[in-house]
Write a protein of this length. Structure first.
Length: 336
């Protein structure tokens, strides 16, 4: 696979401008390492990891790849200790989201890490640039998982690129094939942040029923809401529509404390922990119960996700298709 060179690939030392989203525990060390070995940037989530677990997670990825990878930290919670662990373990890319990155950036730079920060508007982008971030991740409303934006990528990416000027911008949300990768590159992005497509890989740790729902879904089968918030109150997110979403909407979208079935135990995780109806967690392999009623995170690009394929194949296929699309576009505009 030939390189696709952008300001992002040059900065972080990768060959293909694809970043695999850090989808909580679904983003396994195997998934991250496979993406990095294929030329992209693999990511794992450190947000909720205990210190010893985070060290093991990082070392597991390092045992599988010599290429760059990143760790994502959510700033809804204090991340000073986890950031220090990342830096001591030699993580080269730290991704921050959902909060103010100002107090973390200098320390990350001192530790030799490139800092990415997720933004949802041009205003947030200006603030992040002023703080000294290295890469802006523009997350559009189309994204699966937790989403701060109310703007689609067609408007958001150019607006953030205008603010970023020479800094790389990474587009996140609704990108599941090479056409979408090509599209965001033409909008001014230097790379794409991709989650839902990588859930449909053998390397991703997600329940088989969840993956089958993703395979059957179309672009109109997702819902943007705050319904799954036990463990992360009032945090907007995008999931596949299911019986829990429908029940909540039919009741008038009530807040926590007044929602139907709040005491319902839908099943349990593989470690025996019960899963409540509105639990923020997604179903992992080994989970049991009413899997379909749980939080099934997905972006609006789910209809283009296709089949279950190895993560390396996904990276190469998306890059190859994007190059073909960009080549055809160039030929079209150069035609007399």
């Amino acid at each position: 696979m030939k390189r696709i060179r952008t300001t992002l690939t040059e900065l972080v030392g990768i060959d293909i401008p694809i970043i695999q989203a850090p989808m909580s525990s679904a983003a396994t060390p195997l998934l991250a390492a496979t993406v990095s070995n294929a030329g992209g940037l693999g990511m794992v989530s450190g947000t909720w990891q205990q210190p010893a677990e985070l060290r093991r997670l990082i070392r597991d990825v390092q045992s599988r790849t010599e290429h760059p990878f990143g760790v994502n930290l959510g700033l809804e919670w204090d991340q000073e200790e986890r950031l220090e662990i990342c830096l001591k373990e030699g993580v080269s890319v730290v991704s921050l989201f959902w909060g103010d990155p100002a107090s973390y950036i200098d320390r990350a730079h001192e530790g030799g890490a490139v800092v990415m920060h997720t933004v949802a508007s041009s205003e947030q982008a200006r603030s992040a640039v002023d703080c000294g971030v290295d890469v802006l991740v523009a997350q559009g409303w189309e994204a699966g998982g937790h989403v701060d934006s109310t703007v689609g990528n067609l408007a958001l990416v150019p607006a953030v690129a205008d603010v970023a000027q020479t800094l790389p911008v990474v587009a996140a949300g609704g990108i599941a094939d090479g056409r979408a990768l090509a599209a965001v590159l033409t909008l001014g992005a230097a790379g794409a942040w991709i989650g839902t497509r990588f859930l449909l890989t053998p390397e991703a740790r997600a329940h088989e029923h969840y993956k089958q729902r993703l395979l059957r879904a179309t672009e109109s089968d997702t819902a943007f809401s705050t319904v799954f918030d036990v463990g992360w109150p009032d945090a907007p997110h995008r999931t596949l529509r299911n019986s829990t979403v429908d029940m909540w909407e039919a009741a008038g979208q009530p807040v926590m404390g007044g929602r139907p079935g709040e005491e319902d135990v839908l099943g349990q995780y593989d470690d025996g922990t019960p899963i409540l109806r509105y639990d923020v967690g997604f179903p992992r392999p080994g989970a049991s119960g009413d899997i379909d009623a749980m939080a099934l995170y997905a972006g609006q690009g789910v209809g283009q996700a296709g089949s279950v394929r190895g993560a390396a194949d996904v990276v190469h296929e998306l890059a190859s298709e994007a190059k073909k699309v960009l080549s055809r576009t160039s030929e079209l505009f150069n035609a007399e």
